[in-house]
Design a protein around this ligand. Structure first.
Ligand code: HEC
Length: 173
């Protein structure tokens, strides 16, 4: 009899613990669901703004060019890193713009052309740096053409000239 009472008591205790556990799990699930809802909401409200990325590319590219032109290789290496990291960020985001797979186009059009810039900085070679920068700007331009934005154009930097966007409609300046 004593034994029966004992095992009954134990079963009730186990049931209670189990029930509590299930309740905790259910609560946790609810909290997680609410969190997912909150985060999806954030993503919908803040889509990747391509132009913001582009504005950083222009800024980092301009500063990179000026640092290299001044042969301040430490500063050039700093801006090279910033530009490369931001390019990889956009690549990872997997975005398309009006059907143009912009993220997938980042590697051939920016990340790869940047390799020559890195080599020139490591070699502290001003002529190679200038040539590599020209190559990068040409790819910025060709990606804009491929992405249906041919009017976003930059002049290929000549020796001693800063990088600049072209605002005139003429194709040769
Ligand atoms: C993968 C293709 C691609 C590459 C590479 C690329 N761009 Fe762009 N760029 C775009 C697209 C697409 C837009 C239009 C964005 C929009 O519609 O909001 C754009 C827009 C811009 C703009 C207009 C926004 C502004 O702030 O005025 C600038 C400037 C720009 N890019 C600079 C650059 C520079 C500089 C480089 C090279 C270092 C570069 N881009 C490389 C695709 C590219």
């Amino acid at each position: 009899m004593q034994l029966l009472k004992w095992s009954l008591g134990l079963s009730v205790a186990l049931l209670l613990i189990g029930g509590l556990g299930l309740f905790a799990l259910h609560r946790e699930n609810q909290v997680l669901q609410e969190e997912v809802q909150r985060l999806s909401h954030l993503i919908e409200e803040r889509p990747v703004e391509l132009a913001t990325f582009m504005a950083s590319y222009e800024r980092f590219l301009t500063k990179l060019h000026q640092a290299g032109t001044a042969q301040n290789w430490e500063l050039a290496a700093f801006y090279y890193e910033e530009l490369e990291e931001t390019a990889e960020q956009l690549e990872k985001l997997n975005v398309s713009d009006d059907g143009v797979p912009v993220s997938a186009m980042m590697r051939p059009n920016l990340i790869e052309p940047l390799e020559a810039v890195e080599k020139a900085i490591q070699a502290r070679n001003k002529a190679a740096f200038q040539a590599a920068l020209k190559g990068v700007v040409a790819r910025c331009n060709s990606c804009h053409v491929a992405a249906g934005k041919p009017y976003v154009r930059f002049a290929l930097p000549e020796e001693g000239q800063p990088i600049r966007q072209l605002f005139s409609k003429d194709t040769d300046n």
